[in-house]
Design a protein around this ligand. Structure first.
Ligand SMILES: [Zn+2]
Ligand SMILES: [Zn+2]
Length: 224
């Protein structure tokens, strides 16, 4: 099995484990449960940086029963999570005049966040797996130079920009470069054409067509 399908298996395993725990919590803590609202069927792109990373993630909002306080809901959630081996921390947060009790739980890299408040019957869940790279980073093009000193056409010189490679030296022939932070952006040298902008992919330049500036790259060239 290659690295990519191993990563996918691992991510699916984490996704199933997260879903199971979330379903237990939602059915225990809230009423009128609608599990169809959980969007845990397919991994989503978590991080557009190269290499692309994916995770399972979902939000769910339910209501606690009218007979249960927010504090009871929070302590029941903490009990269920700790019993299942999760690390749980509890804190208080104020948001838009609502006072929330917030539980954050972690296990195996999975995360669940539960918010409950006496100011509203709503119980909010947010859950996600870690983000894993599922596609190998695109390999740099490793093709042979299109021209070498041995294969150069008489009357031509090796392209000073790409040294005969033919592909764009700015991006390695990929058409894109890694910007900040590791985000793909189009190569400004070749404008995504992937070939050297000076020789247009030929790897060589006609000696008689060189500009005065370009001649500076070929000090040994016979000028006539
Ligand atoms: Zn070139
Ligand atoms: Zn380029």
């Amino acid at each position: 099995m290659d690295e990519t399908s191993k990563a996918r298996d691992e991510l699916d395993r984490l996704g199933r484990s997260l879903r199971k725990q979330l379903v237990t919590l939602i059915t225990d803590l809230t009423i009128r449960v609608h599990l169809r609202r959980l969007s845990l069927d397919e991994p989503k792109v978590a991080d557009r940086r190269e290499p692309l990373r994916y995770h399972y993630s979902t939000v769910y909002q339910g209501n606690r029963p009218a007979t249960t306080t927010a504090a009871e809901t929070a302590s029941r959630a903490a009990f269920l999570l700790r019993a299942a081996g999760w690390d749980v921390t509890t804190s208080q947060e104020d948001d838009d005049g609502i006072h929330w009790t917030v539980l954050v739980a972690h296990r195996d890299g999975n995360g669940i966040r539960i918010m409950t408040s006496d100011d509203t019957p709503a119980v909010a869940f947010r859950a996600q797996t870690p983000a894993l790279a599922l596609c190998p980073p695109q390999p740099v093009q490793q093709s042979e130079p299109v021209r070498t000193p041995e294969t150069i056409t008489p009357g031509y010189v090796l392209c000073y920009e790409c040294d005969g490679l033919g592909w764009c030296p700015g991006c390695g022939g990929r058409g894109w470069v890694l910007g900040q932070p590791h985000r793909r952006s189009r190569c400004r040298e070749c404008r995504t054409t992937k070939v050297c902008a000076i020789c247009r992919g030929e790897g060589q330049l006609h000696a008689s067509g060189l500009s005065a500036y370009q001649l500076g790259y070929y000090p040994g060239l016979d000028r006539h």
